[in-house]
Design a protein around this ligand. Structure first.
Ligand SMILES: Cc1cc2nc3c(=O)[nH]c(=O)nc-3n(C[C@H](O)[C@H](O)[C@H](O)COP(=O)(O)O)c2cc1C
Length: 145
């Protein structure tokens, strides 16, 4: 009898202004694939609650914007809508920042945990992901696969 393997379907939903978080999203997707999962990279403006049922796990990516905030025109409205509907799906949070120390991610992770989201890990990279951050992005993807 042949064995059936069910691949974990992982959405990588991100917003990126200058490409740094986008580069992280690509690396997270590579990490999902390396572990045998099926990644789908989706821009924040193309995602909403109606697509949640397609995926077993979701990595959300958004850089530090405003003043230690999520990007407010596309990412935050999408995230506000889906956060209460994530159930027990595995979720990871990632994003790039520059001049502060990653406070936006601490606030984001706290908010998600308060909402009962199953946050398995989070990851920040200063500007464009360097070699170490790139390896961390791939590891994050492997956690969701
Ligand atoms: C409007 C704006 C607001 C920002 N606010 C912050 C901030 O509050 N804290 C911080 O560390 N970096 C901040 N940054 C820097 C970005 O987070 C950083 O450039 C990041 O690498 C951008 O990622 P992206 O290339 O995916 O857009 C801000 C950048 C812009 C353009």
């Amino acid at each position: 009898m042949s064995k059936e393997y069910v691949m974990s379907k992982v959405a990588i939903v991100y917003w990126s202004g200058t490409g740094n978080t986008e580069a992280m999203a690509d690396l997270v997707a590579q990490g999902v694939s390396a572990k045998g999962g099926e990644p789908t990279i989706i821009q924040a403006s193309d995602f909403d609650a109606s697509r949640l049922k397609e995926f077993d796990a979701i990595a959300f990516g958004c850089p530090a914007m405003g003043d230690e905030d999520l990007e407010d025109s596309e990412f935050a409205p999408m995230y506000d809508e889906v956060e209460p509907l994530l159930g027990d799906k595995k979720v990871a949070l990632f994003g790039s920042y520059d001049w502060n120390d990653g406070e936006w991610m601490e606030l984001w992770e706290q908010r998600a945990e308060n909402a009962g989201v199953n946050v398995v890990d989070s990851l920040i990279a200063k500007d464009y992901p360097d070699e170490e951050a790139s390896a961390e992005c791939m590891r994050l993807g492997s956690l969701l696969a």
